[in-house]
Write a protein that binds this ligand. Sequence first.
Ligand SMILES: NC(=O)C1=CN([C@@H]2O[C@H](COP(=O)(O)OP(=O)(O)OC[C@H]3O[C@@H](n4cnc5c(N)ncnc54)[C@H](O)[C@@H]3O)[C@@H](O)[C@H]2O)C=CC1
Ligand SMILES: O=C(O)[C@H]1O[C@H](OP(=O)(O)OP(=O)(O)OC[C@H]2O[C@@H](n3ccc(=O)[nH]c3=O)[C@H](O)[C@@H]2O)[C@H](O)[C@@H](O)[C@@H]1O
Length: 437
Amino acid sequence: MRTTTIGCGYLGTTHAACMAELGYDVLGLEVDPAKLELLRQGIAPVYEPGLSEMLARHVESGRLRFTDSYEEAGQFGEIHFLCLGTPQARDGLGADTSQVEYAVTHLAPHLTGSAILVGKSTVPVGTAERMADILDFLTPEGVESDLAWNPEFLREAHAVDDTLRPDRIVFGVRSETTEKRLREFFAPVIDHGMPVVVTDYATAELVKVTANSFLATKISFINAVAEVCEAAGADVVALADAIGYDDRIGRKMLGSGVGFGGGCLPKDLRAFQHRAGELGVDHLMTLLGQVDAINQHQRDRALQIAKAMIGGRLLGARIAVWGAAFKPGTDDVRDSPALTIAGQLHLRGAKVTIHDPKAGATAVEMFPTMGYADDPVEACRDADLVLHMTEWPVFREVDIDAVSAVVARKQLLDGRNILDLNAWRAAGWTARGLGRH
Ligand SMILES: NC(=O)C1=CN([C@@H]2O[C@H](COP(=O)(O)OP(=O)(O)OC[C@H]3O[C@@H](n4cnc5c(N)ncnc54)[C@H](O)[C@@H]3O)[C@@H](O)[C@H]2O)C=CC1
Ligand SMILES: O=C(O)[C@H]1O[C@H](OP(=O)(O)OP(=O)(O)OC[C@H]2O[C@@H](n3ccc(=O)[nH]c3=O)[C@H](O)[C@@H]2O)[C@H](O)[C@@H](O)[C@@H]1O
């Protein structure tokens, strides 16, 4: 069977390669010429563990191809996945759905046979209904079309595995025929006992933003508690372990530190906040606003602590920053706490040197004027302070003596509350976390 993936960024590239892995003939559509060129050569435009090998293999075999033509995509297959970006709107908190709307508008006139458009992008509730109206209006006579919303829950750094083995699938549909066809399409993924939730458009759209907002709330909650721990002399890591043993709470997403970033959690939280406001649900709007504010505050807090550690004067101070990606396992620096904090220090006159195992190139694109080093120890040469901002394993495994030998002052701030502070202290360092002993 043939299928298309419209929009080949972090989500779409993984989706396209994984659908080829499941045995489908896949055509990916991407409008960015630089990305398209890479994709056509079988090179992933983003770093994601396991993705580049899979992509190269399927491009080589011809099972996976790429185009920038909506006409070709419309005629290629009958199931079309919409993986377009939905960034935060330039003029407010809401989501910009123009890429999705463009795709539906340009794909619909070229559809053939009996086509289904399957939205995977994260959108404000009400978008699918609107897209279905556009689709109905633009579908050529004699062609059958339908729209489904199938939100995506994959995590970057685990994207391939999460796509091939998701923990649930949600289908927002308006017809049983479409549900049946989607179940058939996803049959290789729908494992025995894996929950499949079939629902309406609005619920499917809301499941996605609710899930991300809940995860964000957990993180902001523990970070707010970390500040209490700091004030009271308690340890937030031991606290999170203790509450996490309760199954009803769980330890996941209770990692404290500089907070959440990335291309999704922050913008989805804000878009949901905005939509809740539009729908007149003020309590939710206020709650989500607080979650966002607490998260932003973690970055300021880390900045203030860093400044205090070097005696209050950033101008001319040398600061090593370990990590640029918004989390380990990716080269994605969108709304990254590490890069935001590094950028702020740089703008205030500090000489910042960053090392990130995979996100160096994407970070340079965003902040070309900061310093970059090829390894964690080199980043620390002559540093007055080392900031651990993204918890790549290489930073946990670093040779403390080697770092001690190159720094100007032995000072460490662990912004992810994950390093063994006592080991650093034993080597003569002033080492601190956020809300931690
Ligand atoms: N990145 C992730 O881990 C996840 C993302 N999502 C959602 O999936 C959607 C896509 O996210 P990402 O892949 O991260 O965004 P992205 O920005 O990396 O990818 C979007 C891609 O679409 C392309 N594009 C833009 N306009 C186009 C058009 N008119 N026609 C064809 N292609 C076009 C862009 O050039 C880009 O490559 C968003 O709604 C996001 O919230 C959902 C779950 C996970
Ligand atoms: O919609 C999306 O794009 C995706 O957003 C998140 O996935 P992702 O952004 O890849 O990363 P997470 O692992 O959720 O981490 C998000 C941020 O929270 C931070 N985080 C995570 C966990 C934690 O305990 N503490 C914490 O600060 C991470 O450092 C990172 O900055 C969700 O986990 C996915 O289910 C969802 O599909």
